[in-house]
Design a protein around this ligand. Structure first.
Ligand SMILES: [Zn+2]
Length: 258
């Protein structure tokens, strides 16, 4: 089976310390592609560097809402330059985080940062990887007004099935991670079941969100098969067929020819 990870942070300090081992692990697990996602300028640069070293690594460059204060005009220009690298296949992760940011001013400041990066993606002809935590409604409003021309994925989707139906109308994809393997994850499981097959993506968000049976331990893209297996179980379909569909979706969404 051809496995891939559509959202991971091999550029995170935690994974970089023994990056060759991390890469060896994902290769042993049969992964042939992993999209390494930036969350600020430095990590975006590292994602591009990794993509130029390891053939299976692709990069996304972007500024996470946690780092919205970093997003100056110069930073956008820097991202534009980084995105010239052929290994860059998306702008991300970008979006809104109201879980860690309760202050209304901080929340308000995330919005223009999100919008300017959607516009950058449109200019560059790239899809976006969206982080939306406790901010599903505002994320929807922004994406409706600024519908990304080259599509996008709601990474680690944590909204309701009803909101998913609204996002579907905008042509978006949905990424699911380790939490769908947790017993108490009722809504994410429901979303996996209800999502049209051609809009599903699988991801680890490593080093975070390890699936069962590794919950609480550092995550690695090698754990993708556990998430695919759970998706197949939830949707009552064959695991190999499930995986084939996910791979097809990944290639379509990110225009990967592999
Ligand atoms: Zn992430």
């Amino acid at each position: 089976m051809v496995y891939f990870d559509s959202h991971c942070h091999l550029n995170d300090e935690q994974m970089l310390v023994n990056i060759d081992e991390q890469i060896a692990l994902l290769r042993q697990a049969g992964l042939t592609a992993a999209l390494c996602i930036g969350y600020d300028l430095a990590s975006s640069k590292r994602a591009v560097e990794l993509a130029n070293i390891y053939p299976e690594i692709y990069a996304a460059v972007g500024i996470h809402p946690d780092n919205a204060a970093e997003c100056s005009k110069e930073a956008i220009e820097e991202l534009r330059k980084l995105a010239q690298d052929p290994n860059v296949i998306a702008i991300g992760e970008i979006g809104l985080d109201y879980y860690w940011h309760k202050d209304p001013e901080e929340r308000a400041a995330q919005k223009p940062v999100f919008v300017s990066q959607i516009k950058l993606a449109d200019e560059l002809g790239l899809p976006i990887s969206v982080h939306a935590r406790d901010a599903v409604e505002d994320t929807y409003r922004i994406l409706k007004e600024n519908n990304p021309k080259f599509g996008g994925v709601l990474h680690c989707y944590s909204g309701s099935v009803e909101m998913m139906r609204e996002f579907l109308k905008l042509g978006l994809y949905f990424g699911f991670d380790g939490p769908i393997t947790y017993k108490n994850a009722v809504t994410p499981k429901q979303c996996v079941r209800e999502c049209p097959a051609d809009r599903l993506l699988v991801e680890t968000d490593s080093p975070y969100l390890s699936p069962t049976p590794f919950r609480g331990k550092p995550n690695n893209p090698k754990n993708i098969p556990y998430i695919v297996a759970e998706m197949a179980r939830i949707r009552e379909c064959d695991e190999a067929l499930m995986n084939e569909q996910l791979w097809k979706n990944f290639k379509k969404m990110f225009r990967v020819k592999q």
